[in-house]
Design a protein around this ligand. Structure first.
Ligand SMILES: CSC[C@H]1O[C@H](OP(=O)(O)O)[C@H](O)[C@@H]1O
Length: 341
């Protein structure tokens, strides 16, 4: 395979490596990934995360296994094991379907490698197009807000929402960014803050419960978030806490945009109620550090509710920034997403 390098995935001498995002920002540690079991474990542990990156990583692993001589039957079985690794992010399912089609070819080894490389290259291009469409919405001097992590760590390219914000910054629009820490796993506090520092984006880290006050003070001009799955009617799933941001944005009349490649659209889901929401381990909520050094733990048996995602209704969305353009509520109501059948 070509030497594919992105912030979260790379190949060297035909070997696949994953940047362990659970160790960021303190450590940049690359993990060798040679088996399906390893890839599933890395996805479940969020060592590899972000809807687009997960889908591409899974296909890169299958391509790697194909270069190691695995049979078509084994690869097809492995694709189904990978499909179950993260139930909400539809990019994983869409990319695996593309890979499964490639594996039907006579020379499935070469077809698998070509497919993975094409998916990688496609996501790089999709990210750039989303960034261009989204950055055009940003006015000079605006204060922006984002949730979770949607940069290069979560995709093969510049990212989705953070790719938009970064391009607006690069265009000299003097933006400032509020970064939601994003409890419980702190993708914003750990990963978006780190990416902003790498990119030189002026940002301030906030607790999720501070966004309302900033909007009340008129200190948020526009919000960009990512997505793990967009339903046919424009409802979308994203990291938990997104829905509350959208409600606050409507109350405070702050424009609210979801940024995602068309590979995130799932027309099989008529609306948000059909999107499966992954429930995660209780310890993710029970443990919190809060700057006190060692983690503070809730009571041992504290019952916990820990949905990894929530669903934002289309009625709360100002615009959908996709790789083919920015769509309004009227566009979506007229069926704009049906083109992504
Ligand atoms: C462009 S990544 C989309 C999406 O993925 C993140 O979830 P996770 O950190 O659990 O992988 C988050 O929901 C992002 O918005």
């Amino acid at each position: 395979m070509k030497n594919l390098t992105a912030l979260s995935l790379k190949t060297e001498q035909g070997e696949l490596y994953v940047l362990d995002q659970t160790l960021l920002p303190q450590q940049q540690h690359w993990l060798s990934c040679q088996t399906v079991a390893q890839m599933v474990s890395m996805i479940k542990a969020l060592q590899l995360r972000g809807a687009p990156a997960i889908g591409i990583g899974a296909c890169l692993l299958l391509a790697y296994r194909a270069t190691k001589g695995d049979s078509r039957e084994q690869l097809l079985q492995d694709a189904e094991v990978l499909r179950a690794a993260r139930p909400t992010a539809v990019n994983l399912m869409n990319n695996l379907d593309t890979m499964i089609a490639a594996l039907q070819q006579t020379d499935f080894n070469a077809a698998a490698v070509a497919c993975a490389e094409q998916l990688f290259a496609e996501d790089v291009a999709l990210c750039q197009r989303m960034a261009e469409f989204g950055a055009a919405l940003v006015q000079d001097g605006e204060q922006l807000l984002t949730h979770c992590n949607t940069g290069g760590l979560a995709t093969a390219g510049v990212g989705t929402a953070l790719g938009v914000i970064n391009l607006a910054h690069q265009q000299g629009k003097n933006i400032r960014l509020w970064v939601d820490e994003t409890r419980p796993l702190l993708q914003g506090g750990r990963l978006t803050a780190w990416e902003c520092q790498q990119l030189g984006i002026p940002y301030q880290l906030i607790c999720d419960n501070m966004a309302a006050m900033l909007m009340a003070r008129g200190q948020v001009d526009r919000i960009f978030v990512g997505s793990d799955r967009i339903a046919a009617n424009g409802d979308f799933a994203n990291k938990v806490g997104t829905y509350s941001l959208a409600v606050l944005a409507q109350y405070h009349k702050v424009p609210f945009y979801v940024v995602a490649p068309h590979t995130t659209v799932d027309l099989a889901c008529a609306d948000g109620s059909a999107i499966p929401i992954e429930q995660r381990h209780s310890d993710e909520v029970r443990g919190v550090s809060g700057g006190f050094g060692t983690a503070i733990w809730a009571p041992e048996q504290a019952p916990v509710f820990n949905p990894a995602f929530d669903v934002t209704p289309a009625s709360l969305v100002t615009g959908w920034v996709l790789d083919s353009g920015v769509y309004s509520q009227a566009d979506i109501a007229k069926g704009a997403l049906q083109q992504f059948v």
